[in-house]
Design a protein around this ligand. Structure first.
Ligand code: COI
Length: 332
């Protein structure tokens, strides 16, 4: 068996090399993303592993089919950039890594929230200029707040545990009820109730698809005054302009954004010294009430190792058994 792994960053290499040695399976490491051009490198290999934020071009899958490669294994969880129809047309199976470290994302959401509640961004900026005054950066305490968790999958549940540890009151919403959360009586009836009751709304759901936002001008009106939004899930869940305006007008307190609707091509790129062409992003970065980070909630040694190795294990399962635990249902 010979595998090829695309879009590999430096920090992932050692985990892939270790896996290759331990399993005695050749894995060619390619730092380029998977495109209609680079897919040519896959000729002669049995399976392709990849991670990228850019959409996977449909032509890639015609070439895979031509080369007799019928499995694409992703090193991440989100499959929103994969054209399922093109996969189906070419009889290509898809796997992802549904759980590489829910704790990494959950811990990060809380980290961002705590930083915002204690006005860390502004305080650090002040100290950089040798302004050591306290005011106006008086903090708020998490143990006094109600946290509304939207989405009670693995990440949402890990977040709930942490928030409860801090003494916050937790309410939750998900159209699929989890028995553990149900037993604790945390579910509210609908999203509107969650928005109305929460001081903090934290998002742990997948993308709802183009143009379908959860936080927008209408839903913000339902939210409590001075509420906070935390998003470590997908940027397109939020109408960022509406959120920015709500914070600027004083309706909402602020937001923690580890994802942004137009992040592709910006996040994880070194643009130092250059002017941002995205004015909204520029305003968000400048605002002390937004903690913005470049999609790093997942970025821990544990998660990166799991992404590298679980994707390869799924590929082996697929090639040996024709299916795997992490195969995506392309008809959903
Ligand atoms: C995903 O796993 O889909 C993520 O959002 C993390 C990614 C940046 C590797």
């Amino acid at each position: 068996m010979k595998l090829i792994d695309f879009g590999v960053r430096e920090d992932e290499k050692k985990y892939i090399q270790e896996w290759s040695k331990e399993n005695d399976i050749e894995v060619k490491i390619v730092s380029d993303l998977l495109t209609p051009e680079t897919v040519q490198l896959a000729k002669g290999y049995d399976g392709i592993v990849a991670y990228q934020q850019l959409p996977y071009d449909e032509k890639i899958f015609d070439t895979m089919n031509e080369f007799g490669i019928h499995v694409l294994s992703l090193r991440n969880v989100g499959v929103d950039n994969v054209p399922f129809d093109a996969l189906k047309k070419n009889q290509i199976r898809l796997t992802n890594v549904p759980s590489y470290s829910p704790e990494a994302i959950a811990e990060y959401s809380v980290t961002g929230l705590m930083a915002l509640l204690r006005n860390m961004k502004h305080m650090i900026r002040k100290i950089d200029t040798h302004d050591f005054r306290w005011a106006p950066d008086i903090g708020r305490e998490l143990n006094e707040l109600t946290v509304g968790v939207a989405g009670t999958g693995r990440i949402g549940r890990a977040a709930i545990k942490i928030y409860q540890g801090f003494g916050a009151k937790v309410v939750a919403y998900d159209k699929f009820h989890n028995p553990e959360i149900e037993k604790q009586g945390l579910y509210v009836d609908d999203l509107d109730t969650l928005l109305k009751e929460s001081d903090v709304v934290t998002l742990h759901i997948p993308s709802l698809g183009k143009g379908h936002t959860l936080i927008n001008e209408t839903s913000i009106k339902e939210m409590k005054d001075d509420a906070i939004v935390v998003n470590t899930a997908r940027g397109d869940l939020i109408d960022t302009k509406a959120l920015y305006d709500a914070v600027a007008s004083g309706k909402l307190y602020g937001a923690v954004l580890d994802v942004y609707e137009n992040e592709v091509g910006i996040f994880n790129s070194d643009l130092s010294g250059s002017q941002l062409s995205d004015d909204l992003l520029d305003k968000v970065i400048k605002s002390p009430r937004f903690i913005l980070t470049p999609h790093i909630a997942f970025y821990t040694t544990k998660a990166v190792k799991n992404m590298a190795t679980i994707s390869l294990n799924s590929m082996v399962q697929e090639l040996q058994n024709g299916t795997s635990d992490n195969e995506i249902n392309l008809d959903k």
